[in-house]
Design a protein around this ligand. Structure first.
Ligand code: UD1
Ligand code: MG
Length: 451
């Protein structure tokens, strides 16, 4: 790796009009977090000496998202060269390598950034290293125009290109490593004589060549360099990132029965020997311990699942939930802000919200914690080894003591002592022969009516 100092300028002032959104383009999420935060994490990995994110006016939301990295404001959006100039006050005297990254190109990896800096340090001493790539559909990207000796001569924006130039497959990803000693001098000379009437950063190539400096393009991976300008490209980037996360999970010892149907968040933490069935969605803030099983069709967010727990199929775990060792949440069970102690079981068709369920307790099918009275949320506490019969409503606040049994079909509104039985259903009444008599009577009525 080169030992020169590194400054990073991230351009994020664009309006992102093609997203058709009130949200700033770079804040649209990928794998559960704003796209620009993926990029900032990669930038952080470089240990740069200076970092500036260029934002537009009234883009405080972006400044907050990238904090503690500082932001410079580009008050008028006059193009990518103009945007880099907005960072001038922050690094005016910087003489090392300047990496210019685009906030809407967030999937770039640390290895690629290091390769760019290494190319800057090559014997040719190129003024600019441009990261090129060859997308399937190059339509809107700038084209890299190479000379016979392979030196980069110019970048031509798609809108300004001739039909002949549009046939070039090698495109500009937007990522550049620039010699800090000449960068401001080059940018000061960029004009706006082009179809968009903007100051194009890409024009510095031609200017550097005219100064007799070399410029080079290095080849990058399409999957790292997709630029996100529309919802369609956002979805394409999401798919690429999901594949990466699935791959990393499997590499670290997680089994995914049908990887392409599992959706992960950037912060999903999965232990060893975790088994995840098909069609499972992880929202932000999920940790899964070693050996836990997540069966098909579960939706999980803000939840800690400890080792050997079993979840689903068809379970929904909402924020504030903790499922302890060996505990079980079965099919069609929703759990919110609740703690299941180890070996506790909620196997079928239940809602457990704002609750604590003691070690080894068994919660029968159709149990509902009635946690909300229309105004306030209240807690349900269920003791160790308690047994709650099927189709029970537990009206919170309520406590079921250790080892207590609640009879099926009860509506429990008062606390139940440890080891007690509590049942609220109406007593059962049976009348022998009643059904047979009724059938006979009805049959007679039916025959009469037909006549
Ligand atoms: C740009 C490149 C194009 C490249 C493509 C890769 C230029 C002139 N063109 O085109 O060669 O193939 O990216 O994705 O550089 N921005 C500002 N201020 C501005 C304008 C843009 O900060 O005044 C920022 C945007 O927020 C964005 C980045 O610069 O992060 C690129 O701008 P965008 O408008 O998306 O450029 P493209 O048309 O994609
Ligand atoms: Mg773009």
């Amino acid at each position: 790796m080169t030992t020169s100092k590194i400054a990073v300028i991230v351009l994020a002032a664009g309006l992102g009009t093609r997203m058709k959104s009130k949200l700033s383009k770079v804040l649209h999420p990928l794998a559960g977090r704003p796209m620009i935060n993926h990029l900032m994490e990669t930038v952080d990995g470089l240990n740069p000496d200076e970092v500036t994110v260029v934002v537009g006016e009234y883009m405080n939301d972006v400044s907050e998202a990238v904090s503690p990295f500082p932001t410079a404001v580009q008050s008028e959006r006059l193009g990518t060269a103009h945007a880099v100039l907005a960072a001038r006050d922050f690094i005016a005297d910087f003489e090392g390598n300047v990496l210019v990254l685009y906030g809407d190109t967030p999937l770039i990896t640390l290895e690629t950034l290091e390769a760019m800096l290494n190319a800057r340090a090559s014997l040719l001493d190129p003024a600019v290293v441009v990261l090129g790539f060859t997308p399937d559909d190059p339509s809107n990207y700038g084209r890299l125009f190479l000379g016979e000796d392979g030196v980069l001569e110019a970048i031509v924006e798609a809108k300004d290109a001739t039909n002949e130039q549009l046939k070039i497959g090698l495109c500009n990803s937007g990522v550049m490593a620039i010699d800090g000693k000449v960068m401001w001098g080059l940018l000061d000379r960029v004009g706006k004589d082009n179809r968009k009437g903007e100051y194009y950063l890409t024009d510095i190539i031609k200017l550097a060549r005219n100064d007799g400096r070399a410029c080079v393009a290095i080849d990058g991976d399409v999957d790292e360099l997709i630029g996100i300008n529309s919802r369609i490209e956002l979805a394409e980037a999401e798919a690429i990132l999901q594949d990466r996360l699935r791959f990393q999970a499997m590499e670290s010892g997680v089994s995914l029965t049908d990887p392409t149907t599992v959706f992960l968040c950037q912060d999903t933490k999965l232990g060893k020997d975790v088994l995840i069935g098909p069609n499972v969605f992880f929202g932000p803030g999920v940790t899964v311990g070693d050996g836990a099983v997540i069966n098909a069709f579960c939706h999980i967010e803000g939840t800690e699942i400890l080792s050997k727990a079993s979840i689903g199929p068809f379970a929904r775990l909402r924020p504030g939930t903790k499922i302890s060792e060996g505990a079980k949440v079965g099919n069609f069970v929703e759990v919110k802000n609740a703690l299941l102690e180890s070996e506790a079981k909620v196997s079928h068709l239940s809602y457990i919200g704002d609750a604590q369920i003691g070690e080894g307790a068994n919660i029968g099918a159709g149990t509902i914690t009635c946690n909300y009275d229309g105004y306030l949320k209240s807690q349900t506490i269920i003791g160790k080894g308690a047994f709650v019969g099927s189709n029970t409503a537990l009206v919170a606040p309520v406590t079921i003591g250790d080892g207590a049994i609640v009879g099926a079909g009860s509506t429990i509104t008062k606390d139940v002592n440890a080891d007690a039985l509590s049942v609220t259903r109406a007593p059962q009444k049976s009348v022998d022969g009643w059904a047979k008599k009724k059938r006979k009577l009805k049959a007679v009525i039916k025959t009469k009516k037909k006549k």
